[in-house]
Ligand binder design. Structure first.
Ligand code: ADP
Ligand code: MG
Length: 257
């Protein structure tokens, strides 16, 4: 079994409109990838499709995760298999503390791996949660607050990153595109990714901000244009984009087609 997320020739429609037009991408455990590109090119469409959002119809292609056809799975099954997706606008759950939410999520993952699992013992959970919060420089009282209820933008990002840390996914996809993400939130996400990315986790950071790459150093950078990945490279591509923007990619792409 390969621990990787493989997207093969993916075509996705929103309603009758084709948005993704043949995306190919391989993210392996232990790798950090950045998917970049101007607004409206289909980056979030890819993230929603990975999640299994019903508004996004796959018309061709495959998504294979850990050797399993992801498109056959419900969103919760995808998560329990070890795929983590973070979105820009997380929902508030008043009445459910961050700690309870995380414990429920961890237990669901454990049960997916081992159906007769009794759930993580509370002392073990508390210890694990504290160590994750320390890793992310978070105050411990954060765990007792209601999830996203009255959280600032930065706190929502922290909750999301803590969730990622607690769930220990094999592949994490973070869609941080569009406006509204201030520099603090960006830094929280970047620091979290840098601390957590490692041999057991692969990351795909989706963003149109070159500036996040001041904080995250991806090994692989991809540029999406008009529903396709038209350019891939290493960290040097990110630096080039930071300097030159996307126009040169557009020009090159128009010449090719
Ligand atoms: P990006 O994240 O790169 O900015 P999106 O995936 O959000 O791009 O959008 C790509 C295209 O798909 C845009 O033209 C957008 O209008 C369209 N689109 C995406 N989601 C929807 C939706 N739910 N309803 C209608 N159009 C959508
Ligand atoms: Mg987007």
């Amino acid at each position: 079994m390969t621990t990787a997320l493989e997207i093969r020739n993916l075509h996705v429609n929103v309603g009758d409109k084709p948005i993704l037009k043949g995306v190919n991408l391989l993210v392996k455990q232990g790798e950090t990838h950045a998917l970049m590109g101007p607004n409206g090119t289909g980056k979030s469409t890819l993230a929603y499709t990975l999640m299994g959002h019903p508004g996004y119809t796959v018309t061709a292609g495959q998504i294979i995760f850990k050797g399993v056809d992801l498109l056959e799975l419900e969103p919760d099954e995808r998560s329990r298999l070890g795929l983590f997706l973070a979105f820009q606008y997380p929902v508030a759950i008043p009445g459910v503390s961050v700690a309870n939410f995380l414990r429920t999520a961890i237990n669901a993952r454990r049960r997916a791996a081992k159906p007769d699992d009794k759930g993580i013992p509370i002392p073990e959970f508390r210890k694990a949660l504290k160590s994750k919060m320390d890793l992310l420089s978070m105050p411990h009282d954060f765990a007792g607050r209601y999830l996203n209820d009255g959280f600032s933008g930065g706190e929502k990002k922290r909750a999301e990153i803590l969730q990622m840390a607690a769930l220990d996914p094999e592949i994490a996809v973070l869609d941080e595109t569009d406006s509204g993400l201030d520099i603090d939130a960006l830094r929280i996400v970047a620091e979290g990714v840098n601390r957590l990315a490692g041999p057991t986790m692969g990351v795909l950071v989706i963003t149109h901000y070159q500036r996040i790459l001041n904080y995250i150093k991806p090994q692989f950078v991809h540029v999406m244009l008009d529903g396709r990945i038209v350019e891939s490279g290493g960290a040097e591509l990110a630096l080039h984009l930071e300097e030159k923007g996307y126009d040169w990619v557009r020009e090159k792409y128009v010449e090719k087609t």
